[in-house]
Design a protein around this ligand. Structure first.
Ligand code: ADP
Ligand code: MG
Length: 369
């Protein structure tokens, strides 16, 4: 088993002058026996990063260590089959004319393992992915989820230190995808193998990962636990990508104090100077609604006042759309017992421990960079 340390890895396809780097200056540390997800929108560089780790793409700069072994640095590139890694792809590509057993035993045959020993290893790998006893089936006799498990068993049978998975669930239907999530997480725990998993689905990343590395336009935006990236996003891009979020225009009046449309809020402002314009990012579940006092107008104290424009009852929560008097529309989620009808005047408060403040210029620069 082994962890991975990726330092300052960059890669451009073609010449630098004609193309932006597909990934630039990536630094990620993956602890041994953990589950890391590379998360970001299509084209942000996830597959490129994964293939660099696997050794199928040689980076322009940087180094990669597996445990204390250097596997990639300029002038020193270890080939994929010597890295102790397995890889599972989106289009899992099991061979249709071979049985499950023949599909899974392939890597062991390449290594010329004696057949008794190989058979035992294949059976253990099939047990691991819940395909016990299905070795004689052909892929067309299996469901999509079972075929994906065959692909998993095929990579696990050679006992890699690290398993790389590139959107392995995206061909499965929603229900199966959710079940396979749990199975993958359990598989990581049972085997102790370090998993590096690629997805563009933030819910999948939150459910699976010990650490999430959020990427955007080839750059690592933040790496942290699911709670860290969701609750304390490093910038606007991460806040926006990790789930529903409202952005409110404000201004820092003093350290820890932000003015939004004349109302004062105690919010974290570290590193932002008084007088700077900011955006306050707050998720719908971190807003509370209260009846507004009659005749209230604009904003008061530490609440923003507005009118409910839409109410959607979802059973476990209620979504309220609120048109604030200051101009911005907000989405708030409340307990189903707290219902406000369209037209109701409400005062909106912010759970200040769960809001983030971003300087406007930096936010735009990060998004545009
Ligand atoms: P993701 O997996 O996050 O969707 P990729 O790593 O596949 O992103 O791609 C990152 C960027 O590199 C994209 O802009 C993509 O168009 C570009 N790219 C990927 N592969 C190649 C290639 N073989 N040649 C040129 N550009 C590529
Ligand atoms: Mg990809």
């Amino acid at each position: 088993m082994a962890g991975i340390v990726i330092k300052n890895v960059s890669k451009s396809y073609g010449s630098y002058s004609v193309s932006l780097p597909a990934v630039s200056n990536i630094d990620i540390s993956v602890p041994d026996n953990s589950f890391l997800t590379l998360l970001g929108p299509s084209g942000c560089g996830k597959t490129t990063t994964l293939r660099i780790i696997a050794g199928y793409i040689t980076p322009d700069t940087g180094s990669i260590h597996v445990g204390d072994r250097l596997v990639s640095a300029p002038g020193h590139v270890v080939s994929p089959d010597q890295r102790g890694m397995g890889m599972v792809f989106q289009n899992y590509a099991v061979w249709p004319h071979k049985t499950v057993f023949e599909n899974v035993v392939f890597g062991l045959k390449l290594r010329k393992m004696p057949s008794d020993q190989a058979r035992a290893k294949v059976e253990a790998a099939l047990d691991l992915v819940n395909l016990t006893g299905l070795g004689n089936r052909y892929p067309n006799e299996l469901s999509g989820g079972q075929q994906q498990r065959v692909a998993l068993a095929r990579s696990l049978v050679v006992e890699p230190d690290i398993l790389l998975l590139d959107e392995p669930l995206s061909n499965l239907d929603a229900k199966l995808r959710e079940r396979m999530r749990i199975e993958l997480k359990q598989l990581q725990r049972r085997t102790g193998i370090t998993f590096i998993y690629v997805t563009h689905d933030q819910a999948e990343a939150l459910a699976l990962s010990d650490q999430i590395a959020v990427m955007y336009k080839g750059k690592l935006q933040q790496c942290g636990s699911p709670q860290e990236v969701y609750v304390t996003p490093a910038n606007r891009v991460v806040a926006d990508f990790m789930g529903l979020v409202n952005f409110l225009p404000g201004r820092v009046v003093a350290s820890g104090h932000v003015d939004i449309a004349g109302a004062g809020f105690a919010l974290p402002t570290s590193g932002i100077a008084p007088g700077e314009n900011v955006e306050v990012a707050v998720r719908p579940e971190n807003l509370s609604l209260h009846p507004a006092d009659d005749g209230s107008n604009g904003s008061r104290g530490s609440a923003l006042v507005g009118t409910v424009s839409e109410q959607v009852f979802l059973g476990n929560i209620v979504e309220h759309w609120v048109q604030l008097d200051m101009g911005t529309a907000l989405r708030a989620q409340t307990h189903p017992a707290e219902l406000y009808q369209p037209g109701a005047r409400v005062a909106v408060t912010v759970d200040d421990a769960r809001a983030s403040v971003f300087p406007i210029d930096t936010a735009q620069a990060a998004a545009a960079a």
